[in-house]
Design a protein around this ligand. Structure first.
Ligand code: SPV
Ligand code: MN
Length: 632
């Protein structure tokens, strides 16, 4: 450490905060902090440890700095992001690559030197007049083979406060791992601010919004944005660093929920589930009667010959639209009672409560949302009605305010995974639930071939069917073929591995009507739980194993008190041969032309599935009812 470095730190930090940094005794940390301070030039600096006092400081700063405002319910606050900052900005999220390296044509990259140069211009004095928060977190439970310590620098108290709710504190973990620890680094600035509704401040310079990922130094820069998916270092930014690391080391980083599904006599079987954003991941993890560990990001490692997984987070940054008492009783309760909750981009009503699209009860006539004063029926320039809250409006709270958290949430060894679920927004091809034949078939057909219709979770057009392998395409930091290969290798060496399933909550009939109700997913979970414990039979089809009517009928009656009609089963579980073949052809084309390193086995699995479908088509026609197949 040079004399100058120490002078800078002593100059801008209180004695107490300076000591907190010195106690870490890690020149790489000090170096990262001082070089960031030199360029961003904050007015003052706060160093947060894991103490209650430091958490309280951040919480209060978010109010004081007009990034959050108190709502009527105790513990509730509102935060707004700017009108153009309501989702992940994929176009400006780029990997900085040294010359001669590539991540394949599908990933958004740029030359590293050019990116760093552009950043140095954008970041110069970007924190002038503002306080810098230096925060230490841990991805995954502390003191665990999964733990990755992280440092977040941000001039947004809202970002720091959100991370305090969403992640485990990591100052102690840094001390434990010592100065040789590998850690991830994040620099965030909301940039210049302007006033939005309620006097809250939002990022102003959207043309200078950037999320640049430097894989070489394991540092991510996020500038001129506040929306969580762009700004929270430990969420989707860290995920990209971890995907890069895990592929080198042979473990997995997935866009997955992690939950315990309860079976007969109190048995709990653990599942991970990968779904693209806004496709039912959180609501699945929050099913009534089941146990939640996580709703967004899981790490999976092989420990003692078993696949074990943890949630790297400790809170939920969830979509609020449509949450209601009937379908989401646990989330509803958590949002309606005093607790530490940040609401973002919902409507604030004159009585200082919140309203979101689809919230039951009286629809307010007026209020304030992220774009300012709002009234019912308000239209924008093109004549479209402006909804009360944004589709991607969210809530942030700690998992431990929920009654349904699993006892192993913080277990350093995670939980044993018995099933892996893949699900996308698919209106016309796959059945509501199906088990793959084996690991390779599952990884290829259920995971790597996942397609989904786009949603409001990212900026851009909605409803377009896109290729989204393992629901993880937005976060991949390695070539797609390498990523698929890492998934294939991961389970292949195990004597017994988790079973792989697909679910489809979005299937429609040919007239465009939904074929299932929202809560039917409870039954698909129970069926998968019975399958991984070898308690129910299944029917073999060309695409995988589907449930028997009688088993589902019993589950519907027992769990949902609903009479499941045979005619509904026959429609829902009809194998749609033309749609399945069209999908295989789309996939074949993508793997041949857009992905340069597709593992050869992918083509074999696709071909075999196509052959099974064509043979069945010859025998039974285009649309094959479950009654045609033999029981295994
Ligand atoms: C998602 O969009 O997948 C989310 C929210 O979980 S974000 O933080 O934007 O990634
Ligand atoms: Mn997500």
């Amino acid at each position: 450490m040079t004399q100058d470095t120490l002078v800078l730190l002593k100059d801008r930090l209180s004695k107490k905060d300076y000591q907190k940094l010195m106690k870490l005794n890690n020149p790489r940390i000090t170096q990262f902090i001082t070089s960031s301070m030199e360029i961003c030039n904050p007015k003052s600096v706060f160093v947060g440890t894991d103490s209650h006092e430091d958490l309280q400081y951040t919480r209060e700063a978010a109010l004081h700095n007009h990034e959050e405002k108190k709502l009527a319910t105790e513990g509730h606050t509102i935060h707004f992001d700017g009108s153009y900052d309501q989702a992940r900005d994929k176009a400006h999220t780029k990997f900085l690559l040294p010359p001669g390296t590539t991540l394949g044509p599908e990933l958004n990259t740029m030359n590293r030197d050019e990116g760093l140069k552009e950043l140095s211009e954008i970041m110069r004095n970007i924190m002038a007049g503002h306080e810098l928060f230096i925060k230490f977190y841990c991805l995954g439970p502390a003191h665990s083979p999964f733990s990755i310590p992280c440092i977040q620098l941000t001039d947004s108290a809202y970002v720091a406060h959100s991370e305090d709710l969403l992640y485990r504190q990591g100052y102690q973990e840094f001390l434990r791992q010592g100065s040789n620890a590998r850690f991830y680094k994040f620099v965030h600035s909301q940039g210049e601010l302007e006033e939005a509704g309620l006097g809250l401040l939002v990022s102003k310079n959207r043309q200078k919004r950037r999320v640049y990922i430097d894989l070489q130094d394991e540092v991510i820069y996020s500038m001129n944005t506040q929306y969580g998916g762009n700004s929270l270092g430990l969420k989707k930014l860290a995920m990209r660093l971890a995907i890069h690391q895990c592929a080198e080391e042979g473990w997995l980083v997935e866009h997955m929920l992690l939950m315990g599904v309860t079976g007969p006599r109190g048995r709990i079987s653990y599942f991970t589930g990968a779904f693209p954003s806004m496709c039912g991941k959180t609501s699945t993890a929050m099913m009534n009667g089941e146990k939640i560990i996580g709703d967004d990001i899981a790490y999976l490692r092989i420990i003692d010959g078993m696949v074990r997984a943890v949630n790297v987070e400790a809170g939920i940054f969830g979509i609020i639209e449509g949450i209601n008492e009937k379908n989401d009783p646990l989330q509803w309760d958590a949002l309606m009672h005093p607790a530490e909750v940040i609401f973002s981009n919902v409507l604030v009503t004159p009585d200082n409560a919140v309203y979101w699209n689809g919230k039951p009860g009286v629809r307010p006539k007026a209020g304030v949302n992220f774009s300012g004063a709002w009234f019912d029926g308000m239209v924008e320039e093109k004549g479209e009605v402006i909804p009360a809250s944004h589709k991607n409006a969210r809530f942030t709270f700690r998992l431990d305010i929920l009654p349904n958290i699993d006892a192993h949430l913080h277990d350093p060894l995670g939980v044993k995974v018995q099933g892996i679920i893949y699900g996308g927004r698919d209106s016309d091809t796959s059945v509501p639930v199906e088990e793959s034949f084996d690991w390779i078939h599952g990884i290829v057909m259920k995971g790597a071939c996942l397609e989904s219709e786009t949603t409001a979770a990212t900026l851009g057009t909605e409803g377009v069917r896109v290729f989204n392998p393992m629901s993880n395409i937005d976060f991949l930091s390695i070539p797609i073929g390498k990523y698929i290969q890492n998934n294939l290798d991961f389970g292949a060496c195990l004597p017994t591995h988790p079973r792989i399933f697909s679910v489809n909550y979005f299937l429609k009939d040919r007239q465009g009507a939904w074929l299932n109700e929202k809560n039917d997913k409870a039954i698909w979970l129970k069926w998968m739980e019975r399958r991984v414990n070898d308690e129910v039979d299944a029917i073999r089809t060309p695409t995988g194993f589907i449930p028997l009517y009688g088993d589902l009928q019993k589950l519907f009656a027992g769990i949902l008190r609903k009479q499941y009609q045979k005619k509904d089963y026959l429609v829902q579980f009809t194998i749609r041969v033309p749609e399945n073949i069209a999908k295989i052809q789309r996939m074949g084309m993508i793997f041949r032309t857009r992905i340069l390193d597709t593992p050869a086995v992918v083509f074999t699995v696709l071909k075999d599935q196509e052959k099974r479908l064509l043979d069945a088509q010859q025998k039974y026609g285009d649309y094959i009812s479950p009654e045609q197949w033999e029981r295994i």
